[in-house]
Write a protein that binds this ligand. Sequence first.
Ligand code: GLA
Length: 408
Amino acid sequence: MRLVASSAIAVLALATLTAASQTPRTHKATQPPRSQMVAQTPPMGWNSWNYFRRNVTDKDIRAAADAMVASGMRDAGYVYVNIDDTWEGERDANGELQSNSKFPDMKALADYVHSKGLKLGIYSSPGPKTCAGFEGSLGHEAQDVRLFASWGIDYLKYDLCSFRGVMRTQAPNDPAEQMRLMEAAFTKMGNALRATGRPMVYSLSMGGRDAAWEWAPSTGANLWRTTRDIQPNWDRIYAILSQQDGLARYAGPGHWNDPDMLEVGNGKLTLAEDRSHFSIWAMLAAPLLAGNDLPHMTPEVRDVLTNRDVIALDQDRLGREGSRIYTEGEVDVWTRHLVGGALAVAVLNAGANRYSSHPFHLNLAKLGLHGPQRGKDLWTGKEVTLTSNMPIEIASHDILLVRLPQPK
Ligand code: GLA
């Protein structure tokens, strides 16, 4: 078990939130109207890349949609079924982009996904080529987006990839001009999306470089990558969550930091690691895009992905991203402010050892809180009363995630 017992955690005092513990909101509402129609909470769905990589086919997308319904994921809030890179074919004589032989009929695929009560996403690049070397949208932005809209696409992931080469060629040794070119390329697509009149989520990818959170909102983006690519191993996942410090103020309804898609159920991640990964993404108000083999996932993985309480935390309509408040030894303590004055507290054992020889005590003063608090453990579903004087024992890479409806 990851905890000694729920009762052993008992009583960690959580008290009145001080103004000082609140994250300042400096981000201005600069969003164009289009982006306000979608992603008012972080997008939820599935994307083909983390599991299928280059091998994804039409059949896999249909099977993912079927499994999203059969597993209960759709009913738990997952909406988007996103085709990542490698669907692209050649352009015809009119410049119209074709799908390749793995995707014989995109319109029919979109109709199928829509018939399941789900939405379909697609992928392209502002460069001449995508990251996997397929046809990109350079010089065909508006044409491609009109095509996507005619198919019934609901979500576009737009990945910088070979556009970096364009930037270097057009503005050699001029980083400022290269940045301007990048922003202009993403804005061009943001405007083209808006011009279709079809609500589509707009997701920017640039490997987490160039402080996208500072400029991406003005391109019309609904989300932007904050790190390099995720991998299904703990070290990479922990490195990613450690890179989110200081970014909370950039997120809010319609515009989210994206620490990359989920690896829950992939690679050799343990169940504890799956739980912690999912919990922290929820604390971060991150997009929840599953990336595993949905038709063949285990019941345990399905239970992680469909935990309604953790999903509700992610989707909290206040839209305030949580933050890591302090670290002691190898334990990280996070909080997230929720609608109605509620507070989520996460205690993550990032270390390789169980904290039994030197139990962890939550320092409530560091969270700006005092006195015993009642809440719900979102993984056991049990009521807990938290104090600062009871030891908490958490297994390696596992997490305690508690929602306090009325922190005092
Ligand atoms: C980049 C992105 C990944 C994926 C691949 C596809 O690496 O960061 O998420 O889309 O490209 O080629």
